[in-house]
Design a protein around this ligand. Structure first.
Ligand code: OAD
Length: 274
């Protein structure tokens, strides 16, 4: 595998591994790119990105839902269908393994994700979700959560499939107040979940190394976490085959996460076992 990579990348992976093996507090932020190799489209990649084909203003805002709840609900049901049979890839598995390893080596790794899929959890990670959960719903009026039938974290994949089939495309009404159900996802203009954001801010501000994986670094406040980490003295590593506007990066690993992450983990392991 190493032979297929450019010499520059091989050097950079080794550099990153040395830094990470010597760090006790690590913060990882993932974005849609980490799930791309599982077959889930990103948002902004040319041609395949969801926001290249659909207008976010029509589908991912409160105004859009108030104007046409059926359209928004149908689009998210379509996304659930798109994602329901997708499996974690080698980057998710490497991260999950690494999270377990850090406990053995008395390090601490906080995993923050902007993704609404549950592939980190399926791979065995514990992740803080900044942008909500695709498999959870809540009432658009009274905010009651309807997580149990659709929440794979507590119910597993088979129930998730049943829920999709039974929910179909029809709008569902809240049994408490009669309001329409919406996906429990943070839409544009909405505030991030308080607890999740506090966890993210604290992990970024207190880490020694911050790693940004598969995110375009365009959506705030998540995109500001790397800057926060940097202001507090952390080194910043970015894993992304494409350039991003992130200006605080110390080490760029310009390759797919599914290729870089297993290599990185192997090298960190090698260094820690010496
Ligand atoms: P984007 O679609 O904006 O960016 C995905 C990034 O992943 C791009 O920079 C790609 O170059 C990179 N990428 C693609 N394939 C990759 C691979 N195999 N390995 C590593 N990187 C790869 O997705 P996000 O940055 O996650 O919000 O977008 C942020 C938010 O904008 C999302 O959470 C979503 C969206 O609106 C909500 O759903 C609330």
């Amino acid at each position: 595998m190493l032979a297929e990579l450019s010499p520059k990348l091989v050097v950079e992976v080794h550099h990153a591994a040395k830094l990470l093996a010597a760090s006790s507090r690590i913060c990882v932020l993932t974005g849609a790119g980490i799930s791309a190799e599982s077959g889930i489209p990103t948002f902004r990649d040319k041609q395949t990105g969801l926001w290249e084909q659909y207008r976010a203003e029509d589908l991912a805002t409160c105004t859009a839902f108030a104007r046409d709840p059926q359209l928004v609900w149908s689009w998210y049901q379509w996304r659930r269908q798109l994602v329901h049979n997708k499996m974690p890839n080698s980057a998710h598995y490497a991260l999950a393994q690494w999270q377990q390893d850090t406990e053995v080596y008395k390090q601490h790794l906080t995993l923050i994700t902007q993704n609404v899929d549950d592939l980190h959890e399926q791979a065995g990670s514990t992740a803080t979700h900044l942008h909500g959960h695709l498999w959870r719903n809540r009432c658009s009026q009274c905010d009651v959560l309807y997580n149990s039938p659709l929440d794979t974290q507590s119910t597993g994949q088979s129930q998730r499939l049943n829920s999709i089939a039974s929910d179909d495309d029809k709008l569902i009404k809240c049994t408490h107040c009669g309001g329409y159900m919406r996906p429990d996802i943070v839409w544009f203009g909405e505030v991030l979940p308080v607890q999740a954001w506090q966890t993210a801010e604290s992990a970024a501000a207190n880490c020694e190394v911050f790693i940004s994986i598969g995110t375009s670094s365009l959506v705030y406040p998540a995109a500001g976490l790397a800057q926060l980490a940097r202001q507090n003295g952390a080194k910043i590593i970015e894993i992304n085959p494409n350039p991003t506007p992130n200006t605080v990066v110390d080490i760029t690993l310009a390759e797919k996460a599914g290729i870089v992450m297993p290599l990185l983990l192997k090298q960190i392991d090698g260094l820690l076992q010496r």
